[in-house]
Design a protein around this ligand. Structure first.
Ligand code: DP6
Length: 329
């Protein structure tokens, strides 16, 4: 049989209002909605082929077979799609990240968004975008936000069907830049799935969820109005609250490294001098510095001069997940 094959490209996203806690971890049903921007400079390309006589799924990530846990996570995600399509064919999966080597950057968001779109297309499932986003969410919560384009909101929802993401503005709506200061090249000690599972043990968990919920309307409005000062204030508060939750969880997780704090303090100082730049962080030590396109070069240059900053990647608002005719095998 000719394998049913498809290839998709997806971009990771940086959350302005974050996902850090589940109502139902088994389905990644989040405690609060979240808002993000896709990052054009980084991407994952994934080819999936379903073959009728394969004994098991074959997975190759960046040229090598992944560890058992990752392989199982990919297999479990393919099971959701197989169930939907009513098939038990195993799949060949080849995936490649465009992320610069040695930056310690990796993204479950772009990985599961690309895997979902490629597998759905290979299975000839004509799913609406909202459904694809919900399916991607089952693989990794933040992957739901890498399906739509540009600036994206993930509505928390109350069920699998209603917890999905949609675009609130296209990529060309705002020439916002994310200057990513890479401060550490090794993998994080505690992954976001594990760190997030501890969130409810923090005494400030509820307060952060309430604060994040309240920030959604003003964050959406700030994006529509291209108001960096308003977006920046909301984004910094949520990022620091999220990290305060990780540091007060049991057992605690400190994602910040000395260089992380140096970058945060520098951004505050530059802003006081009149350079509009605002920070956020994911579950790791790298710092995302958001600024207008016109300030990206000076911000990137200043970031590179901070001791301990290994490299700086400048990303602009990126497209949603899409199919391509170029296959990886
Ligand atoms: C800090 O989506 O990576 O990046 O659903 O367990 O795969 P899983 O978690 P994940 O968590 C994202 C955490 C974050 C914040 C965000 O992107 O909203």
């Amino acid at each position: 049989m000719t394998p049913l094959k498809a290839t998709a490209i997806a971009h990771p996203n940086i959350a302005f209002i974050k996902y850090w806690g589940d109502v139902d971890p088994s389905q990644h049903l989040p405690a609060n909605g979240s808002i993000s921007m896709n990052l054009d400079a980084l991407s994952t390309m994934t080819t999936v082929a379903f073959v009728d006589d394969l004994p098991d799924d074959q997975v190759i990530l960046n040229g090598t077979p992944p560890d058992v846990v990752t392989r199982q996570r990919v297999g479990a995600h393919l099971d959701h799609l197989r169930e939907w399509a009513g098939t038990d064919h195993r799949a060949q999966v080849f995936s490649r990240n465009s992320f610069p080597a040695g930056t310690g950057l990796a993204s479950s968001a772009s990985a599961f968004a690309a895997l979902t779109l490629a597998a759905a297309a290979a299975l000839d499932l004509a799913l609406p975008k909202s459904h694809l986003s919900a399916m991607a969410r089952l693989g990794s919560g933040s992957a739901s936000r890498s399906i739509p384009a540009g600036f994206v909101e993930w509505a928390a929802g109350e069920s699998h069907e209603t917890s999905c993401a949609f675009s609130i503005a296209p990529p060309d709506h705002w020439t916002l830049c994310d200057c990513i200061a890479v401060t550490c090249t090794t993998h994080k000690v505690v992954g976001s799935t594990e760190g997030k599972a501890r969130a409810t043990t923090s005494p400030i968990y509820r307060a952060r969820v309430e604060s994040a919920r309240a920030a959604l309307d003003p964050c959406r409005a700030a994006i529509h109005a291209r108001d960096l000062a308003a977006l920046g204030a909301l984004m910094e508060t949520d990022a620091v609250l999220m990290h305060a939750v990780t540091m007060t969880s049991h057992p605690p997780v400190y994602y910040w490294m000395p260089t992380t704090l140096a970058v945060l303090q520098s951004a505050l100082a530059w802003r006081a001098e009149g350079l509009p730049v605002y920070f956020t962080l994911d579950a790791g030590p790298n710092v995302h510095c958001l600024c207008e396109e016109t300030n990206a070069a000076p911000v990137a240059e200043r970031l590179r001069a901070i001791p301990g900053v290994k490299t700086v990647i400048v990303a602009r608002p990126g497209p949603g997940a899409h199919l391509t005719d170029h296959h990886l095998f």
